[in-house]
Design a protein around this ligand. Sequence first.
Ligand code: GLU
Length: 302
Amino acid sequence: MRAPAPGFTTRFAPAPTGALHLGHAVNALWVWGLARRFEGRVLLRIEDHDRGRCRPAYEQGILDDLDWLGLVPDGLTTRDFRAGPVPQRQSDNTARYEMRLAELEARGLVYGCRCSRAEIALVTNAHEGLELVYPGTCRGQGSGVRDQVGRRVLMKRDAPERFDDLRLGPQSQDPMAQCGDLLVRDRNGQWTYQFAVTVDDWEQGIDLVIRGEDLLASTGRQLRLAQLLGRTTPPAFLHHPLLRHPDGRKLSKSSDDTGLAELRAAGWTPARVLGLAAQLSGLQPDPTPCAPAGIADLFAAV
Ligand code: GLU
């Protein structure tokens, strides 16, 4: 693993669509651990772009769990943090997304799309579980039609997106082959994860994104989108190992067996949770408890 440039700004960006579990503790450990080791700053961003699935109670749970873990976003004291309001919430950023989309539209990079997921799957003969590649059915339609129409950004370029992941090394991704023209707002007017995260990372000055390997495939398209939006200095990326169930499944946000609130209720200490998270993501050979104040040491060898 290569060391990030010291003094970076990163973020912890959970979606309040469920309670935090051990998988989030792993992400938080990498985010705060690297920030403490390399004098970085951690911003908290509540990723509530999916209005249908987000719940205020989950958001409160995230704040409580982070506070309990002893991982406090920079620029806030623990007391402010618990009292709220939360510094960044995607549902507050609608005007920002509208403006960025309008800029892309003005440059002829956006078109309206009426296709549903089911229609795309049918046309492309997609296999369940695999990512849908949009075949460009509505391309050429322009951005004039507005109601009940999604918005896609033209993604075609001659060269793939290349980036050097701090942990995984050189990567090359072709968004056109992975997903086709990117959906930035869906037919219900909801902003997509890819668009919201790209706009926010730029707006918040995030220059290092630390997240799990499950999001590796999103990085090329976010880099391309950032470029189209006009971001000239892209962030660096570090994708860390995912925590898995012993049977190999990825932990989902709905799995309650490793929920932080449940572990806390069962008498676990923050140090025990962080120690286990460190072991399960390859930072130490055993689950030796690790106090929040000591997490930088897990990255001493970087
Ligand atoms: N909100 C995403 C999640 O909870 C993380 C987004 C990101 O790190 O880019 O999985």
